[in-house]
Write a protein that binds this ligand. Structure first.
Ligand SMILES: [Zn+2]
Length: 290
């Protein structure tokens, strides 16, 4: 499905796409005229439902303040793609699940859970507990969140409660929700440093340079936010991934904002108007962040 939503590069095409969306949602002619006359593109407003998943044995709540802060982080992360979320519902679900439980049997439990609790036209952010014991035999692991890439059989993002107001993870998961892959993705093939196969390999977005992945973070200077000295074996060309990209797997850089590239924002906007368009509830002007 992803192959069909390669980035659109011009505002004109985006505007036409948006008008098509408005039509499919039976928007009145006055709205269409407004979209046509705006100097820039309007923001697409999506509803968000937050569902706190509480284990009956250890019910841990997330404060409304923390949820509000998370939503601000999410919206400022997605603003460049002209996508915004508005909180429309908060639910509490009592269920004995944790993130590792949802991941069991190749995410089988997650699919059952989604089928039981998802709603059709409103994306749900599930806030779930992680395991109490994250380390065993000196090996520790923690999944901080996950989301299906552009699947419409589920309509949600899952987050570890503890990380919901993290400045990267929530935006990263919604990046997946709107069709983005990791910058170091190898499923479609390994992107070369020269970038000649950038449309078909890696994350299939050409303005995210080849990324060898976090395994090589020993080559990263996190103050300067750059990788240096790691070269592609065949060509000797040096890797220069974007360390602070939302879809990379590196640690945060000192005093540096996370970001999406133009190409990534195009993909998000395309997915929002082509795949998730049934959920758009309003068109708005530029949001203001405090
Ligand atoms: Zn991810």
């Amino acid at each position: 499905m992803y192959a069909n939503i390669l980035p659109i590069r011009t505002v004109g095409a985006d505007r036409e796409q948006l008008i098509a969306v408005c039509r499919s949602l039976q928007a009145p002619e006055t709205d269409l005229a407004r979209v046509r006359s705006l100097p820039g593109l309007p923001y697409l407003v999506f509803p968000l439902r937050v569902a706190m998943v509480l284990q009956p044995g250890r019910p841990e709540f997330v404060s409304a303040e923390k949820i509000r802060k998370s939503l601000d982080i999410l919206n400022s992360g997605l603003a460049g793609a002209h996508v915004q979320f508005v909180l429309v519902q908060t639910d509490t679900i009592y269920a004995n699940v944790t993130i590792p439980v949802l991941k069991q049997d190749g995410y089988e439990a997650y699919y059952r859970f989604s089928e039981m609790y998802d709603t059709g036209d409103t994306c749900t952010l599930y806030l779930v507990d992680n395991d109490e014991h994250l380390c065993e035999n000196y090996a520790c692991s923690r999944t901080m969140g996950f989301a299906n890439i552009l699947q419409t059989s589920t309509n949600n993002v899952v987050m570890d409660k503890f990380f919901v107001d993290d400045h990267k993870i929530l935006v990263h998961e919604f990046g997946h929700y709107f069709g983005l892959y990791h910058t170091a993705e190898t499923f479609f093939g390994i992107e070369t440093v020269s970038g000649e196969n950038c449309r078909t390999a890696g994350d299939r977005i050409c303005d995210t340079p080849a990324d060898p992945g976090e395994l090589y973070n020993v080559y990263v200077n996190y103050s300067g936010c750059e990788m240096k000295g790691f070269k592609e074996e065949e060509t000797g060309l040096e890797y220069h991934p974007i360390i602070q990209n939302y879809m990379s797997y590196y640690a945060p850089c000192y005093m540096r904002q996370f970001s999406f590239t133009e190409g990534q924002m195009d993909v998000v906007f395309s997915a929002a108007t082509r795949v998730r368009h049934n959920q758009i509830v309003a068109l708005a002007t530029a949001p203001v962040f405090k």
